[in-house]
Design a protein around this ligand. Structure first.
Ligand SMILES: Cc1ncc(COP(=O)(O)O)c(C=O)c1O
Length: 354
């Protein structure tokens, strides 16, 4: 037998496994998670519901009840929804269904890494288009690329990791002029409250992605795709059967009833985000960028040194340092008030260290 590596699909040879370096520290502000766990009361309620499951049976293949509930919350028909094992799986389904035509998967850069990784692993050509110096879309280069043929364009709105929502006007132009699918990934919608959902009715090539991961349910892995009923039907051709486990379905159905608690958590994060932004700016050595998400990108002189210092002090944030627009940039997720205070205190200590 030859080296087993040689048997790999050529595109996969160059890939590395998704790996999150997650040291065991008390303050974790690196993954854009919601810092609040569900209350004891809700968790007990979910346990009861889960314990009533038929564990020996396959899950509901269509997730009818959960799609119905989510559709009502979003204000669309359940036939327009496809659920995924996180929006990562939905990104994969979109590329599986609409790729393979010799046109690239287009996305601005820097952005969420999975557009590129998934496109690449499915053998697609990728076309990262650099954002300008204020992290805005460069309309001319994008429009030129997407007019050539049925490419798939991914736009993270707000953009991870920069935190800003790109100009709506430019996105509308992209949707109107694209010959292919345009995906507006609204993973952080609950923090931005900005959406392109209203364009769905008149834009058959538009897909909106949402997720439950950022509002307190990252463990469930539930991504929500909204498109026309036609797009949803087509995507169901590549969806694996039973892709949503019964446990995720039941836990989401049960906990989404507790709107008040979920919304209070989101409001607290939005308030804390403004405080964290001001405090970062006031430090004098960190330059934060404006954000619409539950995280803040900021630049320092030496992000490697700061990252190592914070880890030593028990605070994990994301070091995004690489040559180019993210040089010496770091991303901090808005945590609880206590977590943010600890992070800011360590930032001050770093500044004052001899
Ligand atoms: C823009 C964006 N889209 C999608 C995701 C993934 O979401 P999910 O947990 O639903 O797979 C993330 C996660 O960080 C993200 O930043």
């Amino acid at each position: 037998m030859k080296n087993i590596n040689e048997l790999l699909r050529p595109q996969v040879k160059g890939l590395r496994a998704y790996h999150v370096d997650e040291p065991d520290v008390p303050v974790k502000l690196h993954a854009n998670e919601n810092p609040y766990n569900l209350s004891e009361e809700i968790r007990r309620f979910i346990s009861n519901e889960v314990s009533a499951l038929d564990f020996n049976r396959y899950p509901d293949p269509e997730c009818e009840d959960l799609r119905q509930l989510l559709a009502e919350r979003i204000g669309v028909k359940k036939e327009q929804l496809v659920l995924g094992n996180g929006s990562d799986e939905l990104i994969q389904m979109i590329i599986m269904a609409f790729g393979g035509q010799g046109f690239p998967v287009v996305f601005p850069t820097p952005t969420f890494s999975m557009y590129k990784n998934i496109a690449f692993s499915l053998g697609e050509e990728v076309m990262p288009l650099p954002l300008d110096e204020s992290f805005e879309l460069e309309p001319t280069s994008i429009l030129e690329k997407i007019r050539c043929g049925p490419s798939i364009t991914f736009i993270s709105y707000p953009n991870n990791p920069t935190g800003n929502c790109f100009s709506r006007e430019v996105i509308e132009e992209i949707i109107a002029q694209s010959k292919g699918i345009v995906v507006v990934d609204e993973a952080y919608f609950d923090y931005s409250r900005k959406t392109l959902l209203d364009k769905l009715a008149t834009s058959p090539n538009l897909i909106i992605l949402r997720t439950l991961s950022k509002i307190g349910f990252a463990s469930l892995r539930l991504g929500v795709l909204v498109g026309s009923t036609e797009v949803a039907d087509l995507l169901n051709r590549v969806r694996l059967p039973y892709n949503i486990t019964s446990m995720s379905r039941i836990a989401a159905l049960s906990s989404l009833k507790f709107d008040k608690e979920i919304n209070e958590g989101i409001e607290r994060i939005i308030e804390e985000r403004a405080k964290l932004y001001r405090s970062l700016k006031a430090l004098g050595f960190a330059s934060p960028f404006k954000t619409d998400a539950n995280f803040i990108l900021f630049r320092v002189n030496d992000s490697e040194e700061l990252f190592n210092y914070l880890i030593e002090k028990g605070v994990l944030i994301r070091n995004l340092n690489s040559a180019g627009p993210l040089e010496n940039c770091m991303r901090v997720t808005v945590g609880t008030q206590d977590e943010n205070t600890i992070f800011l205190q360590e930032m001050k200590n770093f500044k004052q260290k001899p």
